[in-house]
Design a protein around this ligand. Structure first.
Ligand SMILES: *[C@@H]1O[C@H](CO)[C@@H](O)[C@H](O)[C@H]1NC(C)=O
Length: 183
């Protein structure tokens, strides 16, 4: 009887504890959560070329950010301007590397489905070699050469977060090792 009760409470505890972890909305210490967009963000102020920016985000388990809509663009620009007022442009996760003239997001969505407020004279594919997209602090997009270097932002959506219950971290790459009680 005692052990059954104990088991039951252990189970209840586990459920609540697990739920608590999930509702903590934690991804990584270096990312900020914005409730309105149910996502975590990190500005990388050190300029990188576009492919490296994309790679850095992927290594952190996130993706190279591009604005989904006006609200997200405004909010993120405001927070980047507050933290780094001298940053005028950042790279965003849009390019026409696959098909010239067809800009898409890093996850393959056409730009018509996301924020696509181009500078009035852009994209112009100047000299035929501008395949990557930068965002200005006034909210307009412009195509530039991918080897140029700009700061950038990485994004992780809450819905893509996979909670590792055994290790109590949001990363499924780690496995719990019973022998040394480590992940
Ligand atoms: C970006 O920089 C890396 C070195 O960090 C280089 O290997 C790569 O070719 C560059 N990519 C572009 C598009 O310039």
């Amino acid at each position: 009887m005692v052990s059954k009760t104990l088991l039951f409470f252990t189970f209840v505890n586990f459920v609540f504890y697990s739920y608590g972890e999930r509702s903590n909305k934690f991804f990584r210490n270096d990312y900020n959560y914005i409730e309105a967009f149910q996502s975590f963000y990190k500005l990388h102020p050190i300029p990188q070329n576009w492919t490296d920016a994309k790679r850095v985000c992927a290594l952190e388990g996130a993706t190279l950010w591009h604005p989904e809509n006006d609200n997200e663009a405004n909010e993120l620009i405001a927070s980047w301007q507050k933290a780094n007022p001298n940053i005028e442009w950042i790279f965003v996760g849009l390019s026409d590397l696959l098909v010239e003239g067809v800009f898409e997001t890093v996850s393959g969505k056409p730009t018509s489905q996301v924020y696509s407020k181009w500078d009035p004279s852009q994209p112009d594919n100047y000299r035929g070699i501008q395949d990557c997209v930068r965002l200005k602090n006034i909210g307009v997009l412009d195509d530039v050469e991918c080897h140029h270097k700009y700061p950038f932002t990485c994004k992780k959506t809450l819905s893509s977060l996979e909670w590792n219950y055994q290790c109590k971290i949001p990363n499924l790459d780690y496995v719990y090792n019973k022998l040394n009680n480590n992940c």
